[in-house]
Design a binder for this molecule. Structure first.
Ligand code: CMC
Length: 431
């Protein structure tokens, strides 16, 4: 019996088959069950993929028990402290940190693609003014394939590169325009003299009639938010992008599918839900009541920004953002911000409570990101849009990796539990 194998025996027939165990560079090994059906005529059942690796990847690693997150091997804490967002984009896309010359070239290319085809701005005007900006994002990003159809051959390296740059360069412009449209202000064209992050904030907040100014502390906090959200291995939206892209759909369509998956409150929409929850709780003395509700299995209420599918420890991103929230609020002279105080109190009580301790429920990335964004002046309904701006590079990197690995179309199987095969019932025979 080979050492690096797992033997599975079908007790019905006595058949035994060895399956190879593959080790990665980090994390638990995996059993390769590609031939499982061929050998046994059985599928495996794993709803929600709690035990299933859907692909091999070199991009991001999470150790959920230890609270570790690495992009291409680099700890998130170091990237958040020392790097700029475009550097992280380069790293995720190419596997290595750029040298000076590579960085300059990369930033120049990203900067040169920030404008949108003018016709896209007309596309926005078809939306209602009160549309959720994520609804606009899903539509506009999907529609990019109608405007940039010169680079849609997913098998052509150059086309993949051009589409990748277009998505990463234009997503802040698209996001800012979604916001401007929803508040009835004129679209702001990108200013390519500014850095990626400052330019994004400029397009969000400037108006033609006033000079735009923002503290570097706030710009850096936004940069950290983008770095921390840039990738997170095979989460729901990334898996969606990979699966949509596996049909060889163009990357704009696949990215739009990812935005749809990100929107939900169990994923990217949680940052919006955290601030809604804090606004509902309102004061520190009501915290125990909401903790009780979160613990009650009959009550659908959950502590938003708490718990994670993978992290069973403090989310390392939340720790960085908690510090950034302190810095931003101090910079704005709002060290006593009541919502921040409420969040700190909620975290403290939850971390002392047996229910949360036993289930290893800690603050996740969304718990503090909304507080920072709100302090910067970003409205709640834009939080998930900011997440999408940051995650675009992760989606693109994962999509490229999937296409370049030649994985073929994804096609999960199922355990069918519906009606067995039966004859058609004519209307007169139905009860
Ligand atoms: N509040 C109260 N109880 C919770 C919470 C919570 N936020 N999260 C999990 N639990 C309970 C859950 O009810 C279950 O209890 P029991 O064992 O008694 O049935 C136990 O903890 C285990 O939870 P689970 O459902 O197995 O956890 P999961 O891995 O399926 O869900 C989650 C993870 C993120 C969907 C969930 O924790 C949640 O809904 N959190 C709130 C929403 C949120 O903050 N989402 C953002 C995730 S981070 C951003 C991102 O990466 O997209």
């Amino acid at each position: 019996m080979a050492e690096n194998t797992l033997t599975i025996r079908d007790n019905r027939t006595g058949k035994e088959v060895e399956f190879p165990i593959q080790s990665g560079t980090e994390g638990p090994p995996v059993v390769d069950i590609e031939k499982f059906y061929k050998e046994f005529g059985l599928f495996t059942l794993d709803p929600g993929f709690r035990s299933t690796a859907s692909c091999k990847s070199r991009i991001t690693f999470i150790d959920g028990e230890a609270g570790v997150l690495l992009y291409r091997g680099y700890p998130i804490e170091q990237l958040a402290e020392f790097s700029h967002f475009p550097e992280v984009c380069y790293l995720l896309l190419n596997g290595e940190l750029p040298n000076e010359e590579q960085y300059t070239r990369f930033v120049n290319t990203v900067t040169n693609h920030t404008m949108l085809h003018e016709q896209i701005l007309n596309f926005y005007k078809g939306y209602r003014r009160d549309a959720h900006p994520m609804a606009i994002m899903v539509g506009v990003v999907g529609a990019l394939s109608a405007f940039y159809h010169d680079s849609l051959d997913v098998h052509d390296l150059r086309h993949r590169e051009v589409s990748a740059f277009r998505l990463i360069s234009k997503i802040p412009t698209i996001a800012a325009a979604s916001y401007k449209y929803s508040i009835g202000q004129p679209f702001i064209y990108p200013d390519n003299e500014r850095s990626y992050v400052e330019n994004f904030l400029y397009m969000l907040f400037s108006v033609p009639s006033a000079k735009f100014k923002m503290s570097p502390v706030l710009v850096r906090a936004m940069e950290q938010i983008l770095i921390l959200h840039a990738d997170h291995e095979q989460n729901a939206s990334t898996s969606t992008v990979r699966l949509a892209g596996s049909s060889q759909a163009n990357p704009f369509a696949a990215a739009s599918a990812g935005i749809g998956a990100l929107w939900g409150p169990a994923h990217g929409g949680a940052n919006e839900a955290v601030l809604d929850m804090l606004a509902e709780i309102r004061s520190v003395d009501r915290v125990p009541e909401y903790i009780m509700r979160a613990k009650n299995p009959q009550d659908p209420f959950r502590l938003m920004g708490f718990g994670h599918r993978v992290y069973k420890n403090y989310d390392p991103r939340a720790r960085i953002l908690k510090k950034a929230a302190h810095e931003v609020l101090a910079e704005l002279g709002r060290g006593n911000d009541p919502i921040f105080k409420l969040a700190l109190e909620l975290e403290k009580i939850a971390q002392e409570d047996d229910y949360f301790v036993k289930r290893k429920l800690y603050p996740n990335v969304d718990f503090y990101s909304g507080i920072i964004q709100s302090a910067i002046g970003i409205p709640n309904n834009m939080f998930t849009v900011i997440f999408a701006v940051a995650r675009m590079v992760g989606w693109v990197s994962q999509w490229k990796e999937m296409i370049e690995a030649g994985e073929g179309i994804g096609r999960p199987r199922q355990l069918y539990v519906g009606a067995p095969s039966r004859e058609y019932l004519f209307m007169s025979e139905r009860k």
